[in-house]
Design a protein around this ligand. Structure first.
Ligand SMILES: Cc1cc2nc3c(=O)[nH]c(=O)nc-3n(C[C@H](O)[C@H](O)[C@H](O)COP(=O)(O)OP(=O)(O)OC[C@H]3O[C@@H](n4cnc5c(N)ncnc54)[C@H](O)[C@@H]3O)c2cc1C
Length: 1084
């Protein structure tokens, strides 16, 4: 709306307006139209004898039960029979309200903004409070309403020479009189909770004929009593389904079954007290039974309540062509869910779903009152049609469902638009920051209200305190929030507050950090913050020579000499007004926001959402927060999800963390002091095993609670696992994800090596070993499968994706780092996760690291983001998006240029190629030297027996930086004496003067002692990344020679001496000039 394009119908010539329905939306329409003072006659027709719409309760439900009910053309419920609810004022139409209903929106948010609820009401008022409120609200317009008057027909009078008009035929339900009057415009506010939907499931008709009392719909539910001691299934877990299930489970046979299509958040399920089951697949008449999709059969069912929703239906407009309603899932031919495009004198307030309807209907009424008074224009018909087509394509069957936050944005943007227009009329609503915040927490608050016995009168009583800075959660860097985005058909991420640690639950936003956003107001004199003055920073500039992205050739990994870029970070770049491009020391070295330095945060956020993890399957997509590298990221994840446990605490509270059998030792080092039990899952060559003994399902399904709480966390490295080099396929990831979803496990995926996936590994391995070439990798390993959008870069699309793109629940916390892509000493990384988890991580960051070093953030920002070229660009309102709209990596730029996403991806693909070359070199040498050939002494000069001893075996790594060797120690002649101690002896042996090569023993990576004792000692980890390229081959050769030499040792004394050496001094102390390092164990 608000386009300056020519209106389709202007000028309107409207004098008489009919409003159909005196529910909330009809009442709001009447108020705004009256206040416009531009129309002669406004008639409201209401079939009920009172205002209120769905809020006008009827103690008796309708008896018009159709099962199944799959037609939007089903006739509306007739009024109740006399005696069944007909009051003395007129017939009563059955409403969908039930006896014990409290609103699901808090009273500060739900009402019309010019008419608040009384402060004496509960925070979630009861249905009769709302009805009383609506009666009061209607006082000044009641004289316009014809009660007990049903609109039977609305017909268009279309004369090409004349304006559109509408013949409205109404029936007085008290006198039976049918009359028709002509109007210039019609407001259709007849609601959409009338025509029920009950799916046509196999066997349902026969079942219903045999047991007509069993199947019903939430529209007919009134009180729990008729369900006492009955075996009940509630179908559907939207608001009504959950509310009704929670009421029924208190009286029904236990457990009440809740049949769902998508899992219910655990906290909500707990509240209902129901057992969740899949969708019903078939009704089985013989046993009064149903079969669910998982094959389970439930017999002797007494009641099934379908809380499966309603169709849109407009029976009185059936003559309008093309039809407004076809399949009942939407109303067709509308612009912005409101104006009929071909006949804009017809409007439909109140159609959007998942909004707060009262104030949204006020905004809508403010618009059409002004449009019909010729004060605001409509766009051209073509433009409106284009909008509808695009919207339909984007949203499909969820056409009228608005995404989270869209109502806040709609209400406030309509207010601002209309206020700016200066047009007369009643002011549209505007939500305060506190109300916008309430909108974000209302569902959690409602749950607490219900669990607390429906007593609370304020949000504070429920533990929700508004603090102004909480608005920052959706502050300026949260691009993409609000508006009708294109992903609202995706599920919302689940609520994981039940997994928060006790400390995390108690964290509040930093009050001091909340002031930081005001620092950026141009011209503001800041005497608030305890900030050192930037003039006293001793650095005038920060300068560096930095590589260009094409330094490493992506095809071969060879070095591509080119002059470096000179980077200069000035002290104060006052010419740059756009904060997301301003990179200077005065801002970077100052105290700052916990999320990260704005230009860098914005760049990483956009890179992550658009290129690295495009199409994350939950609504709104992920957020990011910067960290001081992945160790810090993991520590924060632990802080978020782990309540520390001590030996003296109950064992059933002990937290557990699933992991691969081998793990980077820093992880247990961080987790176990918090009392976390590491729970290794059997891991094979392709990664964590899903099924079978020791596999993920087995571990979780058969969890022994005497050992601790069933693990609610998983730590995993799936793309170049350290130390094993495993690359977990998408198929296995899906299977693991499904199990984590089933057992409600949070996945912490740590992916420092994700871009180091080696496409040539399998083929080169086969060649090296004289094996037939392997089949090409299956298609699902590319990033563009499963209908996910392309990253925009073939290199990224070719990589096996992480768990994040599979994360429908929002249960994945991904750790990224610049340690391997830029340098470990940066101590810089980021976490990607659903917004509410990132919000908690920000709180943790505020209280711990605050944010990564400003020096580093400034340098990396400058490396990645194109600095402003003189003359300074016009300040951009679209912030960094403009940076990415047209990457121009090949356009000659006279000024030093940041890498931008294109350059960063080029850099990564160059690194990948360089590391692959090293990997191939080292693996080839290891393959060639894996067998010791010995010729025992013989007397015969003409023949000899050749003995071949396999020294080690390994799989060429498919990703990462490591080769994971299984040493065949049992083939060593002294194995019977020294057993596993040979592993330590070999390590020391290799560091000796003859070989000078340092490797890491696999034992230190074993996830628990059992693995370590059983087999961990057999492994060595070799790193092909740490050494200079020319040393990689040398190191591998020395290793091979060293191992061979070790296998030839027959003297017990040599091994004993080696073992004594390790007792006396650490291996590192042995390091000396000329030693090549295959261990790479300095911190990773
Ligand atoms: C069970 C349930 C719980 C809900 N809980 C909440 C909540 O907590 N908070 C909230 O904000 N919203 C809630 N809603 C949403 C609710 O729909 C809105 O609050 C609001 O009632 C919508 O107003 P409306 O005017 O569009 O439609 P309705 O309330 O449906 O009113 C439509 C009116 O049109 C009349 N009408 C229909 N056809 C004709 C005709 N042919 N001739 C004459 N009159 C006609 C009807 O009698 C009715 O009075 C709930 C809805 C349901 C079903």
């Amino acid at each position: 709306m608000g386009s300056e394009a020519a209106s389709s119908q202007a000028p309107f010539d409207i004098h008489k307006i009919a409003i159909i329905g005196a529910g909330p939306c009809g009442l709001a329409a009447a108020k705004y139209l009256v206040a416009q003072n531009a129309f002669e006659k406004i008639d409201v027709f209401e079939q009920q004898s009172e205002v209120g719409g769905v809020w006008k309760y009827s103690a008796k439900p309708s008896e018009n039960h159709r099962v199944p009910q799959v037609s939007p053309e089903c006739p509306p419920d007739p009024p109740l029979e006399p005696g069944d609810g007909n009051d003395d004022k007129g017939p009563v139409f059955p409403s969908p309200m039930y006896e014990l209903l409290h609103t699901n929106i808090p009273r500060g948010l739900m009402p019309f903004t010019d008419f608040p609820f009384s402060d004496n009401l509960l925070i979630f008022p009861s249905r009769d409070d709302v009805q009383d409120y609506l009666v009061q609200y209607s006082q000044d317009i009641r004289h316009l309403i014809s009660f007990s008057t049903e609109v039977k027909n609305v017909r268009l009078r279309q004369d090409p020479e004349e304006k559109d008009q509408w013949d409205v035929e109404v029936l007085s339900l008290r006198t039976g009189e049918l009359t028709t009057a002509t109007y210039d415009a019609v407001v259709v506010a007849s609601g959409h909770y009338s025509i029920i939907y009950i799916p046509d499931i196999k066997g349902i008709s026969e079942f219903n004929s045999t047991y007509p009392e069993v199947i019903s719909h939430s529209k007919y539910y009134r009180t729990p009593e008729p369900f006492r001691n009955k075996k009940v299934i509630v179908v559907g877990n939207a608001a009504s389904g959950l509310d009704i299930a929670s009421q029924l489970s208190q009286v029904s046979q236990q457990p009440l079954l809740l049949s769902v299509r998508t899992p219910t958040p655990e906290a909500n399920l707990e509240w209902t007290g129901a057992e969740e089951v899949p969708e019903i697949e078939e009704f089985l008449v013989a046993d009064r039974a149903v079969r669910f999709k998982d094959g389970r059969v439930e017999k002797n069912i007494d009641a099934i309540v379908f809380a499966t929703g309603y169709f849109y239906s407009l029976p009185f407009l059936s003559s309008l062509q093309p039809p407004l309603v076809t399949d009942g899932r939407r109303v067709r031919g509308l612009y912005k869910h409101l104006f009929h495009i071909d006949h804009p004198t017809l409007v439909f307030p109140g159609l959007p779903i998942k909004v707060v309807p009262f104030p949204v209907s006020q905004s809508q009424a403010a618009i059409f009152s002004r449009v019909w008074a010729n004060l605001l224009p409509l766009p051209s018909v073509e433009e409106m049609k284009r909008w509808e087509d695009e919207e339909a394509e984007k949203k499909g069957s969820k056409y009228h469902v608005w995404p989270v936050g869209a109502d806040s944005e709609y209400i406030n943007s309509v207010h601002d638009w209309i206020t700016k227009s200066g047009t007369p009329g009643k002011e549209p609503p505007r939500w305060s920051e506190e109300q916008c915040w309430q909108r974000t927490i209302h569902m959690k608050a409602k749950l607490k209200f219900e669990l607390g016995g429906r007593k609370a009168k304020t949000l504070e009583e429920l533990g929700f305190d508004y603090e102004p800075e909480q608005k920052d959660d959706s502050g300026p860097l949260r691009q993409g929030a609000g508006g009708l985005s294109d992903d609202d058909d995706k599920p919302l991420p689940l609520d994981f507050t039940h997994h928060y640690s006790e400390i995390t639950k108690r964290r509040n936003a930093s009050k001091i950090k909340a002031i930081y956003k005001f620092f950026q107001i141009p011209g503001i004199l800041n005497i608030a913050g305890g900030l050192p003055n930037a003039q006293f920073f001793p650095y005038d500039t920060l300068e560096a020579q930095a590589a260009k992205p094409e330094r490493w050739t992506p095809s071969s990994g060879s070095s591509n000499p080119s002059a470096p870029n000179h980077i200069t970070i000035p002290h104060d770049d006052s010419t740059q007004k756009d904060l997301l491009q301003k990179i200077d020391l005065a801002t970077a070295l100052q105290y700052g926001m916990a999320q990260g330095y704005p230009p860098l945060l914005s760049w990483i956020r956009q890179f992550t959402r658009e290129h690295l993890q495009p199409g994350v399957p939950y609504r709104g997509g992920p957020e990011v927060v910067l960290t001081c590298g992945s160790t810090d990221g993991f520590a924060k994840a632990l802080n978020l999800f782990v309540t520390p446990w001590r030996e003296t605490d109950p064992i059933e509270d002990r937290p557990g963390m699933l992991c691969e059998s081998y793990i980077y030792p820093n992880i247990p080092n961080q987790a176990t002091p918090l009392g976390v039990q590491m729970v290794p899952v059997k891991t094979d060559e392709a990664g964590m095993a899903v099924s079978g003994p020791g596999g993920l399902e087995d571990v979780l399904a058969n969890w022994d609670t005497t050992k601790g709480k069933r693990p609610h966390l998983m730590y995993t490295v799936t793309l170049g696992h350290n130390p094993t080099g495993i690359l977990l396929s998408v198929e296995r990831k899906k299977a693991i994800y499904a199990i984590c979803s089933k057992y409600d496990v949070i996945i912490i995926e740590d992916e420092p090596y994700w871009y180091l996936q080696f496409p040539d590994a399998a083929l080169e391995e086969a060649k090296s070993r004289g094996l037939p070439p392997p089949p090409p990798p299956p298609q699902p390993t590319t990033n563009t499968t499963d209908n996910r959008p392309s990253s925009g870069f073939p290199f990224l699309d070719s990589l096996v994706p992480s768990f994040t793109p599979l994360d429908t629940d929002g249960r994945v916390v991904r750790l990224d780092t610049f340690s391997k892509t830029v340098a470990p000493g940066c101590r810089l990384g980021w976490i990607t996760a659903q917004p509410s988890l990132i919000e908690r991580l920000e709180r943790i960051t505020e209280a711990t690291t605050q944010q990564p070093s400003g020096f580093v953030q400034a340098l990396i920002s400058k490396l990645l983001i194109s600095p402003p070229a003189p003359p300074p660009p016009t300040p951009s309102t679209s912030s960094t998006f403009s940076l990415f709209s047209k990457p121009t990596p090949t356009t000659p730029n006279p000024h030093p240029s940041g890498w931008q996403p294109t350059g960063f991806v080029t850099w990564l693909s160059g690194l990948r190629a360089a590391y692959q070359t090293r990997m191939i070199k080292m693996c080839s040498i290891l393959d060639a030297g894996s067998t010791l050939i010995t010729t025992p002494p013989t007397r015969s000069p003409s023949w000899a027996v050749v003995k071949k001893t396999k020294l080690y075996s390994f799989r060429w790594p498919r990703a990462g930086m490591f080769i994971w060797l299984r040493m065949h120690f049992p083939s060593h002649p002294l194995f019977p004496v020294f057993k596993s101690a040979l592993s330590t002896a070999l390590m020391v042996w290799l560091t000796g003067k003859e070989y000078k090569v340092l490797v890491t023993t696999g034992a230190i990576f074993a996830a628990d002692d059992e693995i370590k004792q059983k087999e961990g000692w057999e492994y060595l980890r070799l790193c092909f990344a740490a050494e200079e390229e020319q040393n990689v081959g040398l190191a591998a050769e020395r290793f091979v020679e060293g191992v061979k030499g070790f296998w030839e040792v027959r003297d017990h004394g040599v091994i004993k001496k080696l073992l004594e050496e390790v007792k006396g001094s650490s291996v590192q102390e042995e390091e000396e000039e000329g030693m090549v390092n295959l261990a790479g164990f300095m911190g990773c």
